[in-house]
Structure formats: structure tokens, C-alpha cells
Design a protein around this ligand. Structure first.
Ligand code: NDP
Length: 316
């Protein structure tokens, strides 16, 4: 090994609202946190334009700007914020071993996992183009639906999330068109019935997206194809929402932590504790239901407090 092992009291993995909030609390409790930002510094919010639902920002704030402010707040209390990502962990002993980019080894008394989740996209070039341009593609109706009030939107997906988000959009938008690739929903009966009974939601079964259309980097419609009849048509819309699931970023923890069937880390209900003492989880890595910046921040706070109490109980 080329580098010396570093000993750390509190290691935070991830730099979304959960990670930075954990850092603010841990730093103010003199836990000298070290935070690794991961592959996407700032997390999912850096791909959001305007955040209007985080309390304390009456005029809204851009996602990237909010993340810079959170980072600065964490640094103000001397959080050691570092570039880099964790490639391996060993949680089998009382000291938690973590490797940064397969090179640097850290031994941490406590670890707070805030690695988040990644929204799945269709990965069509046109979808990615308008997503990057901030021109009308989103994977979060609760975050971005408001920007399409009284407008027409399209949402892809057939699970509980898609139904919930379509219903959310139907209260804001003039019309919502749901694109379901099979001839039925995957969602629970109650969610399915709710969208079916909402007058301004139109459901197109057996329908797949061919291309997101637009002008001047703004979405104007979607070209879709019926995979049974081959019929192609264009639906006009200003917002294109993708709700086809999320992938929690938890793969490296699998050998040690209890995950649910899709990979979310299981926490002891009402706490941030995992099945390994001294390892805590916050944010979307453990949350498939709420997935909001404010809930992630709340659980980040919980994780730092749980970590502090764990250390206190061990006499640190
Ligand atoms: P799911 O994995 O349950 O559903 C994903 C949906 O996206 C499926 O219907 C799937 O279609 C569709 N899909 C996947 N890839 C594509 C594609 N390339 N093109 C078109 N459609 C595609 O994800 P969710 O996020 O909906 O839910 C995740 C979990 O969270 C579930 O367990 C769900 O029950 C839960 N949840 C519960 C809620 C609640 O109870 N209030 C709210 C939200 C989520 P297909 O069916 O054809 O495979």
C-alpha cells in the first residue's frame, strides 16, 4: 500500500443535502467529519433548475446554487470536504474500513452513508439533450411540476411512482398524458384506479417514446409509437417527465448491509441505524418513498446525531 491508513472519527460518503446536513451537525458536535463528494458532487439537485420547495428560500434557488451553499455551510464548521469516491468497504470489524478510488484506506469510527439514488432515464439522445439543457425533461414531478402549471405534460412509466406523479401533475397541469409500454400498469390497484379516474389524465397503453421534440432547447412535444399497431403520433407538451424508477447507489455496501429487494439500505425504523453498529444511512439511499431534498436533509441530521450518540456511548 502506497499511502498510510488515515483514522477518521466520522466519515460521510456523499454530497447531496443528506451528506452536507450530516456534515454540518457532525462538525458542530466536534466529530471532525471528513466528507467524500462522490462521482457527482452536489448529487441529484445539481441536475435540477429551480428549487422552490426547500423551506427558507422564499424566492427559490437553483439546485447547483443550493448545493454550493450547503457545501460552504459544512466547510464553515471545518468539515473536510474532499473530491473522490468510495470504491470498497469492509464493515466486518469494529473499525469500519473504506477505500477511496481503490487506493487510499480510511479507518472510520462511524460512517454515514449518503450516496443517494440515481433516477433512471430512457437514455434517448433527445431526452438527454433537453435534460441537460434544462428545457423541459425531468425525473421529479414534485420538484418541477409547478413550472408547467396550466400546460400539457407527458409522463412515462407505469409503477406507483409514475401514477403518484401523474396524479400530482394533474392538479397543476391542464392535461397529463401517461405513456405505458405494456397493456397494463405495474402499480398497485389503488394507484392505477386513481389515475384512470382522473379526467385530465389520458393513458396510452402499449406506447413507447421515440423522440422528445423541441425548439431552441425547449420541449414542444413527443413522438410516440404504439408497439402493437405501429401507429406513430406526436403529442404536444412542454414538460416530459420520466418516472421509470430509481437505482439506489448502494452496490458497494451489499456484502455488509441489509438491503431491500431493489437495493435500498434498510434502516432501523425511526433511526438512521443500519444492521452494522456505527454505520448510519441518510437520504435517498434508504428512501424510496419521499426522495425530497428536505427529507434527505432531515435524515442527514438524524444520522449525525445517531453517530454522535454512538461515539458518546463508546466513551469517545
Ligand atoms: P417500479 O420499478 O415499480 O416501476 C417502474 C415502471 O417503469 C414500470 O412500470 C416499468 O414498466 C416502467 N419502465 C421501466 N423502464 C421503462 C422504459 N424504458 N420505458 C417505459 N417504461 C419503463 O418503480 P417505481 O419508482 O414506480 O416504484 C419503486 C418502488 O417504490 C415500488 O416498490 C413502489 O411500489 C414503491 N412506491 C410506492 C409508493 C406509494 O406507495 N405511495 C409511491 C412510489 C413508489 P413495466 O411495468 O413495463 O416493466
Amino acid at each position: 500500500m502506497s499511502e498510510q491508513i488515515e483514522k477518521v472519527k466520522c466519515l460521510i460518503i456523499g454530497s447531496g443535502p443528506a451528506g452536507y446536513t450530516a456534515a454540518i451537525y457532525a462538525a458542530r458536535a466536534n466529530m471532525n467529519p471528513v466528507l467524500y463528494q462522490g462521482m457527482q458532487p452536489g448529487g441529484q439537485l445539481t441536475t435540477t433548475n429551480e428549487v422552490e420547495n426547500f423551506p427558507g428560500y422564499p424566492d427559490g434557488v437553483s439546485g447547483p446554487e443550493m448545493m454550493i451553499q450547503l457545501e460552504n455551510q459544512a466547510k464553515r464548521f471545518n468539515t473536510d470536504v474532499r473530491n473522490g469516491w468510495v470504491t470498497k468497504v469492509d464493515f466486518s470489524g469494529s473499525v469500519h474500513k473504506v477505500w477511496i478510488e481503490d487506493k487510499k484506506e480510511i479507518h472510520a469510527d462511524t460512517v454515514i452513508i449518503s450516496t443517494g439514488a440515481t433516477a433512471k432515464y430512457l437514455n434517448l439522445p433527445s431526452e438527454q439533450h433537453y435534460l441537460k439543457a434544462g428545457g423541459g425533461v425531468s425525473a421529479c414531478a414534485v420538484c418541477d411540476g409547478f413550472f408547467y402549471r396550466n400546460q400539457e405534460t407527458v409522463i412515462v412509466g407505469a409503477g406507483d411512482s409514475a401514477c403518484e406523479e401523474a396524479h400530482y401533475l394533474s392538479n397543476i397541469c391542464k392535461k397529463v398524458t401517461m405513456l405505458v409500454r405494456k397493456d397494463d400498469f405495474r402499480a398497485s390497484k389503488i394507484m392505477k384506479e386513481r389515475v384512470k379516474n382522473t379526467p385530465n389524465i389520458e393513458i396510452l397503453f402499449n406506447t413507447e417514446t421515440e423522440e422528445v421534440l423541441g425548439e431552441n432547447d425547449l420541449v414542444t412535444g413527443v413522438r410516440v409509437k404504439n408497439n402493437q399497431t405501429g401507429e406513430i403520433k406526436t403529442i404536444s407538451c412542454t414538460g416530459f417527465f420520466v418516472a421509470i424508477g430509481h437505482q439506489p447507489n448502494t452496490e458497494i455496501f451489499k456484502p455488509y448491509l441489509e438491503l431491500d429487494e431493489v437495493g435500498y439500505i434498510k434502516n432501523i425504523p425511526g433511526t438512521s441505524k443500519t444492521n452494522v453498529a456505527g454505520v448510519f444511512v441518510s437520504g435517498d439511499a434508504a428512501d424510496k418513498n419521499y426522495r425530497q431534498a428536505i427529507t434527505a436533509a432531515g435524515t442527514g441530521c438524524m444520522a449525525a446525531l445517531d453517530a454522535e450518540r454512538y461515539l458518546a456511548a463508546k466513551g469517545h
